[in-house]
Design a binder for this molecule. Structure first.
Ligand code: FES
Length: 335
């Protein structure tokens, strides 16, 4: 196959340019942009903002007062689970209520029947699971920010509607009105799917409750970040090495360096207080040990990466977790 050079005047390139567009730009743009537009539209709803602000004012102080409570931390998932609990729990009601749909769709007995059948059992189990999922979601919501908070609230409201529909479905099912129960169950699952989509948007598009330091590996070589004389004792300093934000701290002559971006939601740790070699994130109060980066209080579930440090010629130098391989000495070949 002959290939053109791709330069102006090249016949092959000219024929490529002459090819018709395969679809209209506006249609393709809408297809790939509607989810972002939806989140932006939700974010500017006045009533949603008002409700979000009111709930924040009511629940924020409560979460702050009880954030040392182990139950509150466990509802986040926290350091023991290693990742958030809410997304895992949310699979339960979705799966159980999908099971209700399958049983209803394959049930040939249309006679009115009082009491609870297999589909009713799944429906009830899903309602219980949805209650636990809502509790963890509400707990996570109190430590979210800005647009994520508004979209998260709408996600929660949809789930509340779905829970109400499923409850009504179970009630009518037990009363023997199977046709109504099926319709309400189907409506509940449809609303749950819409809520689940918004939950996916929050996690996969916005990175809510996803570790903000998962890709932090730079710098690959020892890099100067600050003159030693410019780092006061017992006072955090923010520095940057190859784009990575790092917090430095010196205590009794020992240097500590950890990622400055909080693994929970990106708070700047250098702006938080340090006590007993533990830094508290100023955004939602996660605590990390400076020596090992371990979480000693959530909502963070992932530790802060720790960077090795050294002092050379009066400069503090740091290096990331994946140092570049040594260059082979001149004249030698690598095995
Ligand atoms: S950003 Fe939430 S605890 Fe740090």
């Amino acid at each position: 196959m002959q290939r053109g050079s791709g330069q102006v005047g090249d016949p092959a390139a000219a024929s490529q340019q002459a090819e018709p567009a395969i679809s209209s730009p506006s249609a393709t743009t809408w297809l790939v942009a509607w989810h972002g537009d939806l989140a932006a539209w939700l974010d500017q709803l006045g009533w949603l903002r008002t409700l979000s602000d009111w709930l924040t004012a009511e629940l924020g102080p409560v979460h702050e007062r009880y954030r040392d409570n182990l139950v509150v931390e466990l509802l986040h998932g926290g350091r023991w689970v290693g990742h958030p609990l809410h997304p895992a729990l949310s699979d339960l009601p979705i799966g159980l209520w999908a099971g209700v749909m399958v049983l209803d769709a394959t049930d040939r007995d249309r006679a009115s029947q009082r009491g609870i059948d297999a589909a009713g059992m799944l429906s009830a189990a899903g309602i219980l699971a949805a209650g636990a999922t809502a509790l963890t979601g509400l707990n996570d919501w109190t430590v979210s920010n800005d647009q994520d908070r508004r979209v998260g609230l709408f996600h929660g409201l949809l789930n509340t509607v779905a829970l109400g529909l499923q409850g009504a479905s179970l009630g009518t099912r037990v009363a023997g009105h199977r046709g109504t129960a099926r319709a309400l169950g189907a409506a509940s699952l449809a609303v749950t799917a819409a809520a689940g989509y918004l939950g996916g948007h929050l996690v996969f598009t916005k990175g809510v409750m996803v570790s903000r330091v998962a890709w932090a590996i730079e710098p690959r070589r020892w890099t100067r970040v600050l003159q030693e004389a410019d780092l006061p004792d017992e006072s955090p300093a923010a520095v940057v090495a190859e784009g990575r934000q790092i917090m430095l701290y010196r205590h009794r002559g020992t240097l500590y360096a950890i990622d400055n971006i909080c693994s929970h939601a990106g708070g700047l740790l250098s702006r938080g207080p340090v006590a007993d070699l533990t830094v508290t994130c100023p955004l939602h109060g996660s605590r990390f040990g400076l020596a090992d980066g371990c979480v000693s209080r959530g909502p963070a579930s992932q530790p802060q990466p720790v960077l090795p440090t050294r002092i050379r010629n009066g400069w503090i130098e740091v290096r990331g977790s994946q140092p570049a391989p040594r260059r082979p000495a001149k004249g030698r070949t690598q095995p």
